[in-house]
Design a protein around this ligand. Structure first.
Ligand code: 5CU
Length: 363
């Protein structure tokens, strides 16, 4: 039975060079007080001058860009196949005139990396979302012809105003037409004020544990409310981190909608697909939630046949230098075996069969 990791990132060498050439977030650099260690600074506000340079962002080593390290990690954790994707913030920050060419170069690099490890690697491509719509649509079409591409990874900002912007419709139409799934992944989190004046004392816990999942939840809710899935009934989206908090909050979203007089007057509470229908028809959820409780909510909301194992490698490496196994991986394996205790078939499906079927791997 195959084990397939659908949530696993890479910064290909071309992208790392781009980050090394930059002076504002996102960038990679070394600081004078620690010249031997490069740091990857990507999240909004991560280079705040009040943070010592040696704890800004995260150390970046070859596990972020060297595919041999990804393969070694897969071997170590018994992962047969990985569907790799460029990590955040993708190409969101590039000026319009540079984005199209950068996307083609990075997608070609990733395609070539996959071809080197036939059968072990597939990928989600990257879209030049700051470019003109025609350039984005052309890249969607081009990706559909690349052997190892199985969809696209996207953040929540879309063309700049979020995923409920009508201007995205031609992109959604192209993704639907070419049968390409969106792997929706957070990056921007929540405004830093919500974390309070002591936020610096809590490291990355609040933005990563709560900001990321809430960002995803809000982005998907906006898609739902703006009727994206009423217009694009076959548009499929894989949500990172088991859907943020969507499985837990879907009932509340549906109830708030039904009780909204303003929406009712506009006829928006009827003649629409409800959240539960979309969760079971258009949405897939990764199994990167590290606990049985969250995983069971995801399975209840979308069905065990729509859940896909993931690791988030190379993020969350073990802090112990001699550790071989990554806690982030064993926690996700453990959650699957507990959530599907007594149902080996469902566990196998989540570990790999679902990904093979949904992403048409090995075909
Ligand atoms: O640790 C982090 O900042 C991240 C990140 O930026 N992206 C991701 O996918 N996981 C963790």
């Amino acid at each position: 039975m195959p084990i397939v990791d659908v949530h696993t990132h890479i910064y290909p060498p071309t992208y790392v060079s781009l980050l090394r050439s930059r002076k504002t977030v996102p960038y990679v650099r070394t600081f004078a007080d620690a010249p031997d260690s490069s740091r990857l600074i990507i999240l909004p506000g991560e280079d705040d001058p009040s943070t010592p340079s040696t704890s800004r962002g995260r150390p970046i080593g070859p596990e972020y860009y060297d595919i041999a390290q990804k393969i070694a990690f897969m071997d170590q954790h018994k992962i047969d196949t990985s569907v790799i994707s460029l990590a955040n913030p993708w190409l969101d920050f590039l000026p319009a005139e540079e984005a199209g060419e950068a996307a083609r170069k990075i997608n070609d690099d990733v395609e070539e990396i996959c071809a080197r490890y036939e059968g072990r690697l597939y990928a989600f491509g990257t879209l030049p979302l700051s470019a003109e719509t025609a350039v984005i649509v052309a890249e969607v079409q081009r990706l559909a012809g690349l052997k190892h591409m199985r969809g696209v990874i996207m953040g929540t900002s879309g063309l700049g105003n979020g995923l409920d912007e009508a201007a995205l419709d031609p992109v959604y139409a192209a993704l639907e037409k070419y049968g390409q799934l969106i792997f929706l992944h957070p990056h921007y989190g929540l405004p830093k004020e919500v974390y309070g004046p002591r936020a610096n004392e809590y490291g990355h816990v609040l933005p990563l544990a709560l900001g990321f999942p809430l960002e995803t939840t809000i982005a998907v809710s906006r898609m739902l409310l703006s009727g994206v899935w009423d217009r694009f009934k076959k548009l499929n989206v894989l949500l990172a981190h088991s859907g943020g908090t969507l499985p837990f909050l879907a009932g509340r979203i549906e109830s708030c909608l039904l009780h909204d007089g303003h929406l009712k007057k506009q006829g928006k509470t009827e003649h629409r697909r409800d959240v539960w229908d979309i969760l079971k028809t258009n949405i897939y959820l990764d199994a990167v939630i590290y606990s049985e409780v969250g995983l069971k909510a995801a399975a209840d909301a979308s069905g065990a046949d729509r859940l896909l194992f993931g690791t988030d490698h190379p993020f969350f490496p073990p802090l112990e230098e001699d550790a071989k196994e990554w806690h982030s991986v064993t926690a996700n394996y453990g959650a699957i075996s507990k959530a599907f205790k007594g149902d080996d078939m469902a566990a196998q499906d989540v570990l790999g069969n679902n990904a093979v079927r949904i992403l048409k791997l090995h075909s």
